[in-house]
Design a protein around this ligand. Structure first.
Ligand SMILES: Cc1cc2nc3c(=O)[nH]c(=O)nc-3n(C[C@H](O)[C@H](O)[C@H](O)COP(=O)(O)O)c2cc1C
Length: 119
């Protein structure tokens, strides 16, 4: 399987998460391309990929705009293939703050119109 991971990061943590996912998935015998959403170029052929992981972190209750814009622009293609959203936030790591972490995910999904199979 040929998989694309697109990530947004402000302080570098989500890049580390994305790199770790790439290493693990490659270890299972798949091809993985890593793309920083801030460096997206239109010549990337998204149709070549079989599956997608989108990873973004939360700052002041919102994910990176570059990731939101990318997902909104490609929501139909992403929804038509296996895809997952990884939302990195302090709320996701803190016990008792799951509702806030879920709210960020729900809003991202609602705003972009993407239907990830997994969050
Ligand atoms: C200025 C700032 C604002 C943040 N706002 C939120 C927030 O609203 N909700 C939350 O759960 N985490 C928040 N966080 C925590 C980040 O989501 C967390 O540190 C994450 O690991 C950052 O990932 P990144 O390094 O990939 O950007 C914030 C962190 C910073 C520095």
């Amino acid at each position: 399987m040929n998989l694309l991971i697109v990530y947004g990061t402000t302080e570098g943590q989500t890049r580390k998460v994305a790199e770790r996912m790439a290493t693990d998935i490659r270890g299972r015998g798949h091809l993985v391309e890593l793309l920083d959403s801030a460096k997206f170029t239109p010549d990337l052929k998204l149709g070549h990929f079989d599956a997608f992981v989108i990873a973004a972190s939360v700052h002041q209750e919102h994910h990176q705009e570059a990731v939101t814009t990318f997902v909104f622009a490609h929501r139909d293609l992403l929804s038509g293939k296996p895809s997952a959203l990884v939302s990195v936030s302090l709320s996701a790591a803190l016990e008792g703050h799951e509702a806030a972490a879920r709210k960020y995910v729900d809003r991202f999904v609602s705003v972009t119109g993407w239907q990830p199979r997994m969050t």
